[in-house]
Design a protein around this ligand. Structure first.
Ligand code: CMP
Length: 141
């Protein structure tokens, strides 16, 4: 288990949060939990209700829908934002493909941080648009 300072340092590496002050990073570190998964573990299951938002601190995960790999995410990425934003069941499985360390933030904390730092919402929209473009590209290939 990392110390609060170590966690704050790791969270800062996630580009979405790179602009946060040391104080904000520490309060984020305090209000979530580090979670480690073995390779092969299903972290998020399609269809389940869940609102945890995951930062990928270390490792690699695959986003899969009915066994089809939609994308692979690595350190510095995030997942689980869809359930958090629209309160709908998880849209896909997210499976660790290597030993993986995540930092799981509860929706209340996350909403509070975003309200105080609108650039996080902008950064998130940018990533979501990128994922939509990737999906569109794959569909048209
Ligand atoms: P959520 O629906 O909460 O849980 C599954 C997660 O997989 C989802 O949030 C996104 O973080 C991620 N995800 C779903 N579809 C895609 C996609 N097409 N590209 C990248 N990530 C995705």
């Amino acid at each position: 288990m990392e110390s609060e300072e170590d966690l704050a340092r790791l969270i800062k590496k996630v580009s979405l949060f790179s602009q946060l002050s040391p104080k904000q990073l520490k309060s984020l570190a305090k209000s979530g939990a580090e979670r480690k998964f073995d390779a092969g573990h299903t972290i998020v299951k399609e269809g389940e209700t869940g609102v945890g938002f995951y930062l990928l601190l270390d490792g690699k995960v695959e986003v899969r829908k009915k066994k089809k790999v939609l994308t692979t995410l690595s350190s510095g990425a995030f997942f689980g934002e869809m359930g958090l934003i629209d309160d709908q069941p998880r849209s896909a499985d997210v499976i660790a493909v290597t030993p993986t360390t995540t930092f799981c933030i509860n929706p209340w904390t996350f909403t509070g941080v975003v309200k105080g730092n609108p650039e996080i919402a902008m950064g998130m929209m940018k990533v979501l648009v990128g994922r939509l473009r990737e999906t569109n590209k794959a569909l048209s290939e």
